[in-house]
Design a protein around this ligand. Structure first.
Ligand SMILES: Cc1cc2nc3c(=O)[nH]c(=O)nc-3n(C[C@H](O)[C@H](O)[C@H](O)COP(=O)(O)OP(=O)(O)OC[C@H]3O[C@@H](n4cnc5c(N)ncnc54)[C@H](O)[C@@H]3O)c2cc1C
Length: 407
């Protein structure tokens, strides 16, 4: 008798942790598990800002997937999914291959939302993947080199659009990273402008007042110009235009104004709501028994009106329950509804400061920065135990991740 085939699409937070949970839950020979991802590395999405600003080594952010899984239990396939045929239970890959499945998990993550603002899609940089973040850093280096030739100040003007959680994290990393580049290129740091553009009246507008004040204080102290209450209207390769005809000459706009579900899933005959795949309480795609979806590409309603936000915290809590429910379906057992427990959120502002809330405690400053490191280390621990934390932080040599920097 052939074994049931479980196929997991996407090795981000949701897909990878589901495959690792399945390794523990499935009995030997009970099912064949295949994990498909377009790269052979898993990247720490929450740390991509560091890749963008050059404040972390590649090996700290991107980890080879074969190093993270048990190859006796999970088969890894490096491939880009092009479509899913729900009726015939098969997945089509770019290049023409087809993989059949009995149970499917779709965990293909997010895409950056540019809201149709003219020029943003074509000219702005995105913190979306390891590759797109690497492209930001390569572009910054190029601007430093070109500034040495033409002294054009727009080359050293770095704009981050969006003063939310990711935006202030990116600003903090630029404030940490750019002074080093200035030293390297022998350019006074005073020549560099780091600008935040935010349509709301303040940065991190959804945080408590004290946190907003603290974040504003730290960013301004680091000479970041905060243009709050200003909408961006257009972006060209040489400038951005804000409301009231304000132009800022810049060659670098980093777009950090929000995400949407991966649009690739929209033409597969699946139900789609608000651009995402709606799932039931047990994380199954609505009205389907053998197709599951978690993380940023799925829509889980926490009550009648509100969906869970697209966060790593949600994907990481969904993954082990999803694995249990895939196994329960396979065994004909009762499925478990998913319950989300919000543990808090912490945004770093460079290495030495952070702001946020964990449980009932408001965090800021150095202690906040320490807690952010603890949160990241906890994820690495779950992924690969203490050995992975040591490898990541102390640079134990291993196969370098190969990546080409393009969007
Ligand atoms: C800069 C930044 C900072 C963040 N900070 C936080 C934070 O502090 N806390 C928090 O909770 N959340 C944070 N988030 C949000 C969090 O990273 C996402 O919610 C999380 O990554 C979602 O996990 P996922 O598994 O759904 O998708 P992803 O992690 O995006 O994984 C999707 C995977 O699918 C792969 N893939 C996509 N398309 C295809 C295809 N066609 N074929 C094959 N493979 C494909 C991708 O390569 C990727 O490996 C942050 C996000 C960003 C960008």
């Amino acid at each position: 008798m052939t074994r049931p085939k479980i196929l997991i699409l996407g090795a981000g937070y949701g897909g990878l942790i589901t495959s690792k949970s399945l390794e523990k839950l499935l009995k030997s020979g009970e099912a064949d598990v295949t994990l498909i991802n377009k790269h052979d590395y898993h990247y720490l999405t929450t740390q991509l800002i560091k890749t963008g600003a050059g404040t972390a080594a590649d090996r700290q952010i991107a980890i080879s997937i074969p190093e993270l899984i048990n190859s006796d239990k999970t088969h890894f396939l490096k491939a880009a999914v092009s479509s899913v045929d729900i009726e015939n239970q098969e997945v089509h890959l770019e290049g023409g291959n087809t993989i059949p499945y009995d149970y499917l998990l779709i965990a293909l993550g997010f895409e950056v939302d540019t809201y149709g603002i003219p020029g943003v899609k074509e000219n702005a940089f995105q913190i979306r993947s390891f590759r797109s973040s690497k492209a930001i850093y390569h572009h910054i280096i190029k601007q430093f080199n070109l500034y040495k030739e033409d002294s054009d100040p727009s080359r050293l003007t770095f704009v981050v659009a969006g003063g939310g959680f990711t935006g202030i994290e990116m600003l903090g990393e630029l404030a940490d990273g750019l002074p080093n580049l200035c030293k390297q290129y022998d350019i006074p740091f005073e020549k560099v402008r780091i600008i935040a553009v935010e349509a709301a009246p303040s940065v991190i507008p959804f945080f408590p007042k004290q946190s907003i004040q603290y974040a504003t204080f730290v960013l301004e102290k680091r000479n970041i110009e905060l243009l709050t209450g200003r909408k961006m209207l257009e972006c060209t390769p040489e400038k951005i235009r804000l409301e009231n005809n304000i132009d800022i000459p810049t060659r670098t706009l980093i777009w950090s104004c929000g995400v949407k579900g991966n649009t690739i899933v929209q033409n597969w005959g699946l139900p789609i709501e608000k651009g995402k795949i709606p799932v039931d309480a047990c994380l199954r795609v609505k009205n389907m028994n053998n197709v599951f979806s978690i993380g940023d590409c799925s829509l889980f309603m926490k009550d009648e009106k509100n969906a869970l936000p697209p966060t790593a915290q949600v994907a990481l809590q969904q993954a082990p329950i999803c694995a249990k429910n895939i196994v329960a379906t396979l065994r004909g057992e009762t499925l478990k509804p998913f319950e989300y427990h919000h543990k808090g959120s912490v945004a770093s502002i460079g290495l030495m400061a952070a702001v946020g809330k964990v449980g009932n405690f408001r965090l800021s400053g150095l202690f906040g920065a320490f807690m952010k490191q603890v949160i990241e280390a906890r994820y690495l621990f779950n992924l690969g135990g203490p050995a992975l934390i040591i490898k990541q932080h102390f640079g134990v040599s291993r196969e370098p991740v190969k990546v080409t920097a393009k969007q």
